[in-house]
Design a protein around this ligand. Structure first.
Ligand code: PEP
Ligand code: MN
Length: 268
């Protein structure tokens, strides 16, 4: 019954990073990019611990209008240099089709955030590019609605879609969201999308990110996306769920062990 996953490949400075080809891809980095130094320090830290892809928000979809909204256009000047220096590609959330030209050199993968999964005009626009799209599940979307949202990108001409389970809103307030790992098992069995799990937003609690990362790999996820900050308490967004390098390193060690038990490696 298991469907064959169609891997998505990213070319970066002569290297090919494959997501969905069997190995576990770990994407890590800050919730928001805060400065050149902050991005560089975080990128080096997560790379040393085995990450193959960097994350970092440029435009942030914040619930409160007076919360930090991301560096926006001020980030584009240094992103390319930092990525080259450190040797990691970047995934970042695009919130408006008007950002497309600025994003062209800045990212190797577009993230569509939970709040924009239903933004069909944005999805159609991303369909006109060839760059991979990490499509997060809206926090109240059914799996069927999520797959149909992915079809907008594919019908536009871009088949490079990766689905990202980031937890759904339920009656349970103990965790920020409820990590729906059923969806991961379902998608792996019935679709050919690579699937990434985001235990940072899925739990909102640093002490739960490790256990849920291991569960995600065990259930068949093609990778993880995790928020890490050099000084978590100082993070300008999502400080409550940011992991330190030490916490992230411990999780990476355990992720490798669970992956190895299943005959899988980490994407290098
Ligand atoms: C994020 O990845 O920082 C983010 C805002 O995630 P989501 O869209 O899943 O809430
Ligand atoms: Mn975040």
């Amino acid at each position: 019954m298991t469907n064959k996953t169609r891997p998505v490949r990213v070319e970066f400075h002569g290297k090919t990073i494959e997501i969905g080809g069997g190995a576990v891809a770990v994407i890590a980095g800050p919730c928001s990019i805060e400065s050149r130094e902050h991005l560089s320090e975080t990128a080096r830290g997560v790379k040393d611990l085995g990450t193959c892809f960097l994350r970092g928000g440029i435009y942030k979809m914040r619930t409160q209008a007076d919360s930090f909204q991301g560096l926006g256009t001020n980030a584009f000047g240094f992103i390319k240099e930092v990525k080259k220096e450190v040797g990691l590609p970047l995934v970042s959330e695009i919130t408006d089709p008007r950002q497309l030209s600025d994003f062209a050199d800045a990212v190797e993968m577009f993230q569509v955030g939970s709040r924009n999964m239903y933004n069909y005009e944005l999805l159609k626009e991303l369909g006109t590019t060839k760059k991979p799209v990490l499509l997060k599940r809206a926090f109240a979307a059914t799996v069927d609605e999520w797959i149909k949202a992915a079809d907008y990108v594919i019908k536009g001409g871009n088949e490079n879609v990766i689905l990202c389970e980031r937890g759904i809103r339920t009656f349970e307030p103990t965790t920020r969201n409820t990590m729906d790992l059923n969806s991961v098992a379902y998608l792996k069995a019935h679709t050919s999308f690579p699937v990434i799990v985001d235990p940072s937003h899925g739990t909102g609690r640093p002490e739960l990110i490790g256990p849920l990362s291991l569960a995600a790999v065990a259930v068949g996820a093609d990778g993880l996306i995790i928020e890490v900050h050099p000084r978590p308490r100082e993070a300008l967004s999502d400080a409550h769920q940011a992991l330190s390098f030490a916490q992230f390193g411990e999780i990476m060690g355990n992720v490798k062990k669970v992956a190895a038990a299943l005959g899988r490696e980490l994407v290098k």
